[in-house]
Write a protein that binds this ligand. Structure first.
Ligand SMILES: NC(=O)c1ccc[n+]([C@@H]2O[C@H](COP(=O)([O-])OP(=O)(O)OC[C@H]3O[C@@H](n4cnc5c(N)ncnc54)[C@H](O)[C@@H]3O)[C@@H](O)[C@H]2O)c1
Length: 249
């Protein structure tokens, strides 16, 4: 039921939650291929098990294919991918009609098209290995409908639609496609995203939860590991809200 021995790609693994997933899944015995536009050497070493780091730009289909090729060269197959890379803290917030067009386009290019690029690259290797598990990172922003960051909210809602449609296309290949929708956890991205409203933002989010504590990275890595592992073999097309019971899907 665990991820032990599985080969798992993680995008956006240089820092934040991607780094946490690499470390946590590595601790459970997975071989990790950590990819990011930034250097992933420390994520690979934190994961252990011969894990490797690669330079990856999810907006570039050739870069996504190179990541998969590096995984196959190192470990002979690919069992799973966590599509975690996204633009988040670097996006400017504000009213829907004040969002810079360049920010809107960048959010769609990385957060949505980047996942499509990675899925196109990884599916042939998964088919070759007889199946696999794709885990896409959505957000409470989409399930709740977060205002004042419409580009981010819309991009994460697209991730949920992509997950559902792709799950139906790939079920016959024994490839499962699911998403998680986390609420807020402290990363460099969150601090940058909420700015000086950081403490207040977390308090507002906590108030809306059924469970009255702040989300921890381990809450997310546990759900990601379950979706990657064989314990969720009959689960596909789902978005699991990991938000302490804020939105009940
Ligand atoms: N932190 C939260 O509270 C929270 C809540 C809900 C959802 N999420 C989602 O979780 C994921 C990780 O969030 P985080 O807080 O760790 O973000 P982060 O900003 O700290 O990390 C994102 C990583 O993605 C990488 N990246 C950006 N563009 C890339 C590209 N084109 N190609 C490859 N890598 C790229 C960055 O270099 C960075 O290492 C994101 O998808 C985010 O939207 C986060």
């Amino acid at each position: 039921m665990s991820v032990s021995g599985k080969v798992v790609l993680i995008t956006g693994a240089a820092r934040g939650l991607g780094f946490e997933y690499a470390q946590a899944l590595g601790a459970q015995g997975a071989h990790i291929v950590a990819g990011d536009v930034a250097d992933c050497a420390s994520a690979a070493s934190a994961a252990g098990n011969g894990s490797i780091g690669v330079r990856l730009d999810v907006t570039d289909p050739g870069s996504c294919e190179a990541m998969v090729a590096a995984a196959v060269a190192a470990f002979g197959r690919v069992d799973g991918i966590v599509n975690n890379a996204a633009l988040y803290g670097s996006l400017s917030g504000g009213r829907f009609n004040a969002i810079p067009e360049a920010d809107w386009d960048a959010a769609m290019a990385v957060n949505v098209k980047g996942i499509w690029n990675c899925c196109k690259a990884v599916v042939p290797a998964m088919r070759q290995g007889g199946g696999g598990s794709i885990v896409n990172i959505a957000s409470l922003a989409a399930t709740y409908g977060m205002p004042f960051a419409l580009h981010y909210t819309t991009s994460k809602a697209a991730v949920i639609g992509l997950t559902r449609g792709l799950a139906r296309e790939l079920g016959r290949d024994n490839i499962r496609v699911n998403a998680i929708a986390p609420s807020a956890v402290m990363t460099e991205g969150t601090v940058a995203f909420l700015g000086d409203k950081y403490e207040r933002g977390l308090e507002v989010i906590r108030t809306g939860q059924s469970i009255q504590r702040t989300l921890a990275p381990a809450d997310l890595s546990g759900t990601v590991a379950w979706l990657l592992g064989d314990g969720s073999q009959f689960v596909t097309g789902q978005t699991v809200a990991v938000d302490g019971g804020t939105v009940m899907l």
